[in-house]
Design a binder for this molecule. Structure first.
Ligand code: ZN
Ligand code: ZN
Length: 407
């Protein structure tokens, strides 16, 4: 993408939010529905963006409520990255500020769930006769507050709502300073002030440190909230809950429902399974909590392999078919229709048809006897195609040898 084709009209007066929004809209129009990975972004000798530039994503949600939310955050991230890669630090900065504010709004959304009454009072105190605008249906999505609901409050005032969860003066001061600084940079005065990579990254690190402090305000309460939810029969009882599959239940009814970020999930996954030992429904509760741990692991571990995950091995015990369909995402129906091979075989160790093959990692696991094999251990019989242990040069299975001997 050629960054030079973007021109901001310096003569026009607009607020920083309008400016950012226009920039993002223009970008969305250009990229259309294509995923970021398909875009051919040109690099102009400027170093690849450091990891710190993507840090804010760890404070934003993992499961999007709808496509609009996903697109909005994706576009902001892409705009930040593209500006950075073109050396347009000042614009990258304004866009990163918007990502930061979005993360703050998501934190406030949690405040609205944890402290409904306090939020009601605080909004009234803050907005006075305009407070009905905040609760108006037009400021909600499907009848519920969403992150954008908070955007009608001025940026430096909106932080005041964090007082409900113990925001102190020093943090408030730093947050308000950010807004002041952003206004200075975003002012359309025809001057580019933020021109060095170093200064820019210093600002980014400032944002990353502050968002961590903001979400920490909610840490203890969120952990308690999770423990309360997961111990509620409506949530854990398979006869009542929305999804019978524990993974689905945790993803849809908790991670997605409450816009849980990666950072927050990292707190929750550290809760010990044994903490639920004395609960009614502990077996179900533990399986749901294991599902959350599993989700986090899959999300964060680059070299994640399902056969190393005890949760997966336990969950699909004697159910290799479901493992292949759900975890390896290979459909037996499509294999049958299109003639592909569905990777479940008879196990050479126990004889059960429970041996699943993970072709990406060249590994086999038997969901009946728990034996593991690799490509080096097993091969297919050249005569009948059955899976067999590798035995020197000979690739004919025992059955075939016996059959041939009889003939
Ligand atoms: Zn076996
Ligand atoms: Zn054979």
């Amino acid at each position: 993408m050629d960054g030079k084709t973007f021109h901001l009209d310096d003569g026009k007066k607009e607020t920083p939010i309008e400016q950012g929004k226009r920039y993002v809209d223009a970008l969305l129009k250009r990229i259309g529905d294509r995923p970021i990975s398909e875009l051919n972004i040109s690099f102009k000798g400027i170093p690849e963006p450091p990891d710190e530039l993507y840090k804010m994503l760890e404070y934003l949600l993992e499961e999007f409520i709808d496509e609009t939310e996903e697109k909005y955050i994706e576009a902001l991230m892409l705009a930040t990255q593209t500006s950075y890669e073109n050396g347009l630090y000042q614009f990258a900065y304004v866009q990163y500020h918007m990502l930061f504010m979005t993360a703050v709004y998501y934190a406030l959304l949690k405040v609205s769930i944890l402290h409904e009454d306090d939020l009601y009072k605080a909004i009234y105190y803050l907005l006075k006769d305009r407070s009905s605008d905040f609760w108006n249906e037009s400021n909600k999505k499907a009848g519920k507050l969403y992150f954008g609901s908070f955007a009608i409050i001025s940026e430096s005032d909106v932080f005041m709502l964090l007082r409900i969860v113990g925001l102190d003066n020093s943090l408030l001061g730093e947050l308000q300073k950010l807004v002041k600084e952003r206004n200075r940079y975003a002012h359309a005065n025809g001057q580019l002030q933020l021109t060095s990579d170093e200064l820019f990254m210093e600002a980014i690190r400032g944002y990353n440190g502050l968002i961590q402090r903001v979400v920490e305000l909610l840490k203890e309460e969120l952990i308690d909230f999770y423990k309360k939810i997961i111990r509620d029969p409506n949530f854990y009882d398979p006869d009542i809950r929305a999804y019978s599959d524990p993974d689905e239940q945790i993803v849809q009814e908790f991670i997605k429902e409450y816009s849980i970020s990666r950072t927050e999930m990292n707190w929750l996954r550290k809760i010990k399974l044994s903490d639920f030992d004395n609960c009614e429904g502990k077996t179900e509760i533990k399986s749901l909590h294991s599902a959350l741990i599993h989700y986090y692991r899959e999300l964060t571990q680059d070299d994640y392999q399902p056969f190393d995950d005890p949760y997966v091995l336990y969950k699909y015990k004697n159910n290799a078919v479901e493992f292949v369909e759900k975890e390896l995402e290979i459909s037996s129906y499509e294999c049958g229709k299109e003639g592909g091979e569905f990777p479940v075989y008879f196990c050479p160790e126990c004889g059960e048809e429970q041996l699943a093959y993970d072709a990406d990692n060249h590994r086999y696991h038997c969901f009946a006897c728990d034996e593991n094999f690799t490509d080096e251990d097993l091969t297919f019989c050249e005569r009948c195609g059955a899976l067999m242990r590798r035995d020197g040069e000979l690739s004919i299975c025992q059955n075939c040898i016996e059959e041939m001997a009889r003939e």
